[in-house]
Design a protein around this ligand. Structure first.
Ligand code: HPA
Ligand code: MG
Length: 221
């Protein structure tokens, strides 16, 4: 099983100005910059799909999409894997999809626990080659807890594909097998990554600004 290298976005990266790309009007005031434009996201996923395809070749794969943040990455990644299935006559990877839903964030703070608030019956993972599809690995604690839960169902293998890995001093050091981009320690939204459920309907991965954090904050009673 491989551990592929991320594209590293350096700490000093200024991102792209909102004026250079199309952004929904309702979010214009709430974003600092565009960190990863949607075209680059798609190009990177195309390569991740190829790396995964070549790694698992000829064995069935159960993609486990971590909702909600992972849904766009999961659909785009599986689309690209199925395209490879159509064009590589001798090699093919039958793909199955399953879902799990976790929650660990309120505002931009981790609450420390993970809550499984939805998902299918995980006993179907027994004997399967599981590919966990996640949007972002932050400290790594959520993924390590999730892997602890998943191994109890006796899958054959578990691979993890995360579109983003955040560089954090609090990181546990956990690294996924497949990773799109390693990003600076900033709160990012878009491409299904949310801030209190907002910004999923944004195609680029962007840095939220103070105005956005304030406007969409959850007020605790
Ligand atoms: N954005 C959205 N969700 C997240 C992030 C982030 O930067 N980090 C962990 N979960
Ligand atoms: Mg997530």
């Amino acid at each position: 099983m491989v551990n592929s290298q991320c594209i590293e976005i350096p700490d000093g990266h200024k991102g792209y100005s909102l004026s250079n790309f199309c952004v929904p009007k309702h979010y214009e005031e709430d974003l600092e910059n565009i960190m990863i434009p949607s075209g680059l996201i798609q190009d990177r996923i195309e390569r991740l799909a190829r790396d995964i395809f070549q790694d698992v070749k000829d064995e069935p794969l159960t993609a486990l999409c971590v909702l909600k943040g992972g849904y766009r990455f999961c659909t785009d990644l599986l689309d690209k894997i199925t395209t490879l299935n159509r064009s590589h006559g001798s090699v093919s990877v039958p793909v199955n999809v399953d879902f799990i839903r976790l929650k660990s964030y309120e505002n931009d703070e981790s609450t420390g626990e993970i809550h499984v608030v939805g998902g299918d019956n995980l006993s179907s993972l027994q004997g399967q080659n599981v590919l966990v599809v996640e949007d972002i690995i932050d400290t790594g604690r959520t993924m390590q807890k999730l892997l602890g839960i998943l191994w109890k169902y006796n899958p054959k293998t578990i691979r993890v594909a995360s579109l983003l890995v955040k560089r954090r001093t609090e990181s546990t050091g956990y690294r996924p097998n497949f990773c799109g981009f390693e990003i600076p320690d900033k709160f990012v939204v878009g491409y299904a990554l949310d801030y209190n459920e907002y910004f999923r309907d944004l195609n680029h991965i962007c840095v939220i600004n103070e105005n956005g954090k304030h406007k969409y904050a959850v007020t605790k009673q």
